[in-house]
Every structure is written in C-alpha cells, then in structure tokens.
Design a protein. Structure first.
Length: 335
C-alpha cells in the first residue's frame, strides 16, 4: 500500500563506515592488512566522471557520519549536489586545487574521516576506497564553471522546515501556545515543538524544538549549519514523529474541528452511518491538507489500512494515524 514506504525507518550511530563495513577496525588500525576494495571504473560521462558516480563511490566511506546526523550530506544524491557540489566553500568547479573538499580528504586540514580513523588519502592509498584523489580532482576539473548551464532546477520541491511548521499549525488549528508557555518553555516533554534555534527568545533549555527543526532540514545560522531541503532519512523520521504528535494534539484540542470536520470521535466504522461519516471526513481532510480532491482509492486505502487498523486503540488514535499519513504523503510534503 502507498503508506508502506514510510514504515520501518531506523537510525544508526556514526561508526566510521569504510567501504560499506561498519566499525573502526579497518579505518582506525593498520591499513596494510585490510582487504582491497574494488575501485570504480574511471569511465567518462559528459567529459568526466559523473557526480552521481562520485556520490556512490564516496558514500560507503562517508555515510556512517553523514546520513543520520545534522549534516546529512550523503543522505541522497540531491543532498550531496545541493550542499557539497553547489557550495563553492567546498567545491570550486574547474579548480580542484581551490576545493576544500579535497583538502579535507587529503588530510591537510580537519582530516576526513576524523581520527582515530585514517584520513581518506591513506585509505585510498591502501585500496580501501572506491575512488581515489586523482579521480576526484578530475571530476572537479570537469565540472561546469559558475554561470555555465547546469542541471535544470527541480520543479517539485520538499517543504522547508519553516513551511512544514507553519503549514501544520495553520491546517491543524494549532498555535505556539499549544506547545510553549509564556517563557517559551515546553508545556510537555513530548510536545514535539518545532522552532528555529536562531529565533529569540531562547526556546526550552533542552532545545527540543531546535533539534527537530534541524532534523527537518532547517538551518542554524548561529552554529554554521546549512539548510537541507532534501528528502532524507532524518527528515522523514522527524516528520513522522512531528506529524503524529501534532495530529494528536489537534484531535484532542477542545473545540478544534480541523481534523474532525465531518465526523466525531463517537463514529465507528462498524455502523453504516459511522462508516459514511468517516469516509466523508477522510475526503474532506485530504482536500484541506493536500489541495486536491481525494480519489475513491485514496479514501478506501486510508479507511481500511489506516483508520480501521488503528480503530481498536480508540478513534482518537485512528484519526491521528489518518492525519499523520496525509502529512507524510508526497502531495503534502512537496510543492
């Protein structure tokens, strides 16, 4: 079913992944006895090694620390292209000697991977990476210079962290006072508030709101963390938690009819009248939240695979699940 792709998200710790193997043994110890890794074919595409090939070749070495973190550079090709390749602070097209990415991998400054792992250059010399520094230099040398035609801009974009928070509040009838008191301390430890850490006044002492904001891809300019509007594992994980918590708050908020527009918590799917009201409410909620009329298949799927699946736990839980499922649908997540 269409909701299954969002199920089963997991988090992993940064363990210094080297060539697809987790753990610090190969990276932190002697490289001499480590097994060799098959290097990429240095074939050309459009005059040089393609960015997609470079991404896939670097990812096994870098993803251990740069997928499920506040710096998910290798969470997707889009993230790598937008945060690394398109940022002249890291990559200067046509000029590998001025590209800080190579300096990091060479180990001349702030070596990557960081100690106690061996720097990338040493791993490459030992045959433990899928790409070497000369190939990376050739890739950068072949990149189009600024102003040259580049990949056409995406016509479909994921909502930013700010858009997610603002849209959810507007659609669910919530306000910041539902999460924070007058001093901007969380009203409940499980409130899943989302708020930019750059805003004043300072949010709760544990900065839960700022942590979720960053996980959704929002920037933290005061700490030099950049925006990442890609669909990453960390953003999906955060959106799952936030959508569930906020939808539940909207369902339980006294007098709030943003979720229960045409049905009530007393309607049950086992009765004809209750099933009709539930289906009508699902269609109305879908239209209000996605801006598009729901198809009969959409309503049937949400009714059977979501509402009825959670109904034994209570109708409040069932409507929370329906609401959260719509939030995580691509139609809602993008614009």
């Amino acid at each position: 079913m269409r909701w299954a792709w969002l199920v089963g998200l997991t988090l992993c710790a940064c363990e210094g992944v080297v060539s697809g193997r987790t753990g610090g043994g190969a990276a932190g110890g002697s490289a001499g006895g480590a097994p060799q890794v098959e290097r990429i074919d240095a074939g050309t595409l459009d005059g040089g090694v393609s960015t997609a090939v470079v991404f896939e070749a670097l990812k096994p070495t870098c993803e251990g620390c740069h997928v499920f973190t506040s710096r998910p550079f290798f969470a997707s090709l889009a993230a790598f292209e937008s945060v690394i390749v398109s940022d002249p602070r890291w990559v200067v097209p046509g000029a590998p000697e001025r590209s800080a990415l190579l300096s990091l991998l060479e180990g001349t400054v702030n070596p990557m991977p960081p100690p106690p792992s061996l720097p990338f250059a040493r791993l490459a010399e030992a045959g433990q990476t899928r790409i070497d520094l000369p190939q990376l230099a050739a890739w950068i040398r072949g990149l189009a210079p600024p102003g040259a035609p580049r990949t056409p801009p995406r016509l479909v974009r994921r909502k930013t962290a700010e858009q997610i928070a603002r849209t959810l509040m507007d659609q669910l009838g919530l306000v910041e006072a539902d999460f924070y008191d007058g001093a901007f301390n969380l009203r409940a430890s499980d409130g899943y508030a989302v708020r930019s850490p750059d805003l004043t006044p300072f949010v709760d002492p544990f900065e839960q709101g700022g942590t979720l904001f960053a996980a959704l891809g929002g920037p933290h300019h005061l700490e030099g963390k950049w925006r990442n509007d890609g669909i990453t594992p960390s953003s999906l994980q955060a959106l799952t938690h936030v959508s569930q918590a906020w939808c539940r708050a909207a369902v339980e908020k006294p007098g709030n009819r943003r979720v229960l527009r045409l049905a009530s918590l007393t309607d049950r799917s086992a009765t004809p009248a209750g099933a009709a009201a539930i289906r009508a409410n699902i269609a109305a909620l879908w239209l209000a939240m996605t801006g598009e009329p729901a198809t009969a298949a959409d309503v049937d799927d949400l009714f059977a695979s979501v509402f009825q699946a959670y109904e034994p736990r209570g109708t409040a839980t069932a409507w929370t699940a329906v609401c959260a499922a719509i939030v995580r649908d691509p139609l809602w997540m993008t614009w």
